[in-house]
Every structure is written in C-alpha cells, then in structure tokens.
Write a protein that binds this ligand. Structure first.
Ligand code: SF4
Length: 457
C-alpha cells in the first residue's frame, strides 16, 4: 500500500503527471548514473517525450520540468520563483548535471516531442539517453509518469512493482484493497475510515510525524489559496486567460455577511480557482490527488474545516479520510488524466473531498463511502481536453464546479439511510472501464473536445 503522504505531495504546477513526474524521472535517471560512477563521463543527453507527454508536454511545463530535474531539482523543494533563474543557463546552452558539472545542451534539439509515438505500457512515456564524449552510449532508459507525480520504470510496469518512493516498506496493520475491505475493517474494529488510515500510516512513521506531515500538507494548501487570492494578471501560455480569483474574492469580502444562499458557491468557487490559477502559473501546489485537480480538496477544507477550536482535528480527519479514498482509486484504477480522462483527476478529487467532508460532518463509514461513490458517479465519463494543452480551460472552472459537487455529494450521502444501490468499488471499476474505453482524443492529448473546438489565441 502507499501512504496518503505519497498521494498528497507538495510540488509545482501546472501538472503532476507532466511536470512533477518528468522532473522526478530526469533526476532519477542522472542519480542512477551518479551511483554507477558514470555521471562524470556524460557529455551529451537526449530526452524524448512520448504519447501524452509529447502532445501536451509543452503546455503542461514538461520541458522545463525535465531540465530542472536534470539540474538536480526536486518538486517539493523547488522555489517556483527561482525557476527562471535556474533555467537561464540551460537556455544559453549549458546544463549543470545534478548541479555538479556542466555540459553543452540545446533544449530545442536535445529534447524531442515524439507526438506520434504512443507507448503501449502507459501513455506518458519518457526516454532518456546519456552519451560519452566519443558518442558511445552510457545509459538508455524509458520511464513513465503514471499520474499524481508517481513514476515507474519500464521494468516496474512490466513486472508491477511499487514506485521507488514506496519500495521495501513494512506492511500496514489494516491493509485494504477495496472499499468493501475498508468498510469491513471499520466494522470489525469499530473504527472510522480516518482511524484505519492512521493505523496504517503508523507502520511507516510515529503518529506525531504523520500528523506533522498532514499539517504541512494542509498549510501548503492554505498558502496556495492565499497566494491565488491576491495574484492578478494573465496566466502564462498564450491563451491570455486572466486570473479571476482576486476579483471574486474582493467582491465576496466586501459583501461578507450577505444572506444570499448562493454565496456558498462563490466561496467554494473562489478557493478552488485560486489554487488552480496558481497551478496554471507554475506555483507551489499540493497534488490532491493531481495538480490539475488540486483545487477541490483545499476549497472544501478551507470552507468547512478551518474555523473553531477543533479546526486541526477536523482538517486531519478530512485529509486522512479523503486520502484513504484516494488510495482506492490509485490502487484499483488510476489517477492519471492520460489514462482515465478528467474523471480520474477532477472526478477522483471530488470523490475524495465528498468523503472527507461527510466524515467531518459525522457520517458513518458507510455514509462516507456513499459520499465518495456519489462524488465519482456524477463525474463518470468526464473527458480531458485542455485548450492549447494548458491546464487552464476547462481545468480551472472544473475545479470550482467539482468543489460544489463534492459538498452536494456529502449532503446527499448524509441523508441516505439505506444501503446504496451502487457501491464505491462498483463506481471505481466503472471509472476504470470507462477510462479504458475512452478515445485517446479525450485523455490529455488535446486532440479532441474543447481543445479542437475552441481557438487557442
Ligand atoms: S481537463 Fe481535467 S484531467 Fe485534463 S488537464 Fe484539465 S484538470 Fe487535468
């Protein structure tokens, strides 16, 4: 099993699969050469993006991300404000491998977007090759960015083995591989979902460290909202999409105290949009469970869990519960837009947020699972068709809508007193099958949907 702290990771925008993953892969490739003592022999590098990474990599920041990884940068420590400064020498032809020694590098010719090469193993392929000064090959590896910032080598996908981050971990005491198993563990131990997840996290670190990790994640989400509420201007990429969160926020603050019932939508919308506008600008965000869907969980958390003396407890319960649901999607299906379409990103985030909120509102484990099920059921079939290959249209508004939908799903679930006709496992499997059947035009390739019907200008 993976940890919820693997699922919620601090990184930079705009995409966990196309930015965070490629950065990790590039660094991992050079780390391997460093371990074998070959890094000092490298004089030339070639990076090839394949499939969805090639088709939407330019708009999703994959090129810059891979160069940052080659420089030795890691997503959770990188200061987004330093990206331009770090990349300037690379654009001028000099790449400092892992920050140790420089080689000549031309991003235009040494990074290739192989748009017609669709890998069989996973749509997000990345081949990296290193050569010595005499042109002899030193390494040739193909890696895959499997969604949410997770990565896997060709070998790991051929013989399924865990991501590097989670190999050799102890088995958790309350392991679950399905929603049914999770609910059975809750019933047997008279536990809620958050307690089951917390017990499992205890296999990997002391409880205080898990809580500290959750608090850091929650603080990073809150910081992201606050930055997004105050940064104005157009987002990068050429679509000329203007940030709207600061304007909506100013209006809401001026009208605070209004009795207008629909103001609830405005608050949820503005928090989600603040996060996704930050993400689109390459800012620091938390994968929740991906960057493209990073606004939904922070929005619902901010609106419902940050006030009162029990704010910390509510926030921890929310994140543990939402994380437990996210693990099910990661284990039983996928959280990659390139594999599942947007149902695997915004749909999963909506499901996780609905579960977290239902738990905070006092729902039973069954009601929490129902909230997660409803959150996904009404996102089934949601396609990924980002205009211009940028994580802006429809992504930013889609997170706002997803936040409102998550709250509604939690409400519906708490009113539900009978056994649901559709179980959480059934809806996860339906999402998986729908994702497999979905045309690749609608899976983070920008070859269909809004991406071809809206002129990118
Ligand atoms: S449409 Fe959905 S899956 Fe595709 S990039 Fe946007 S948020 Fe991600």
């Amino acid at each position: 099993m993976i940890s919820i702290l693997d699922l919620f990771r601090i990184g930079i925008g705009p995409s966990s699969s196309h930015t965070v993953g490629p950065m990790r892969i590039a660094k991992r490739f050079l780390d391997g050469l460093d371990r074998t003592g070959d890094l000092g022999k490298v004089e030339h590098l070639h990076v090839q993006f394949q499939g969805s990474l090639a088709l939407t990599g330019a708009g999703h920041g994959s090129i810059d991300a891979s160069m940052l990884g080659l420089l030795g940068q890691v997503p959770d420590e990188l200061d987004p404000d330093r990206v331009e400064e770090l990349l300037r020498p690379v654009h001028n032809g000099s790449l400092r491998l892992l920050g140790q020694r420089s080689i000549g590098f031309n991003p235009k010719s040494d990074i290739e977007l192989a748009c017609d090469l669709i890998p069989d193993l996973h749509p997000n392929g990345m081949r990296l090759r290193a050569f010595a000064g005499d042109g002899s090959p030193l390494a040739d590896e193909t890696w895959y960015s499997t969604g949410g910032g997770f990565i896997a080598s060709e070998q790991q996908l051929l013989q399924p083995a865990p991501d590097d981050l989670i190999a050799n971990r102890a088995a958790p005491p309350l392991a679950f591989g399905s929603g049914a198993e999770l609910l059975a563990l809750c019933a047997a131990g008279h536990l809620d979902i958050a307690s089951v997840v917390l017990a499992n996290e205890g296999a990997w670190r002391p409880e205080a460290e898990t809580f500290a990790g959750i608090d850091i994640i929650a603080a990073a989400m809150a910081d992201c909202i606050d930055r997004g509420l105050h940064r104005e201007g157009a987002l990068p990429g050429g679509l000329n999409v203007r940030r709207r969160a600061p304007e909506i926020w100013t209006k809401l603050v001026q009208q605070s105290g209004t009795n207008e019932a629909e103001a609830l939508f405005d608050w949820l919308n503005v928090y989600a949009m603040a996060v996704n506008e930050e993400n689109a600008a390459g800012g620091r965000v938390v994968t929740a469970p991906t960057n493209g869907a990073a606004g939904i969980i922070p929005s619902v958390l901010r609106h419902y869990c940050t006030d009162g003396p029990d704010a910390v407890d509510k926030t921890r319960k929310f994140i543990l519960t939402a994380g437990g649901i996210g693990l099910l999607y990661k284990q039983r299906a996928s959280i990659s837009g390139a594999e599942m379409g947007c149902q695997g990103e915004v749909g999963v985030a909506c499901s996780m947020a609905a579960a977290g909120l239902a738990a905070v509102w006092g729902g039973t484990p069954e009601q929490v699972a129902t909230a997660a099920e409803i959150g996904m059921e009404h996102n089934l079939g949601l396609t990924c068709d980002p205009v211009g290959g940028l994580v802006q249209i429809p992504c930013i508004e889609r997170n706002a809508i997803g936040s409102v939908k998550a709250v509604n799903a939690a409400r519906l679930a708490l009113h539900s007193l009978e056994t649901p006709k559709v179980s959480l496992d059934q809806v996860i499997e339906t999402m998986r099958q729908t994702g497999l059947d979905m045309s690749s035009k609608y899976k983070e390739t920008s070859l269909g949907g809004l991406a071809v019907n809206v002129v990118a200008c």
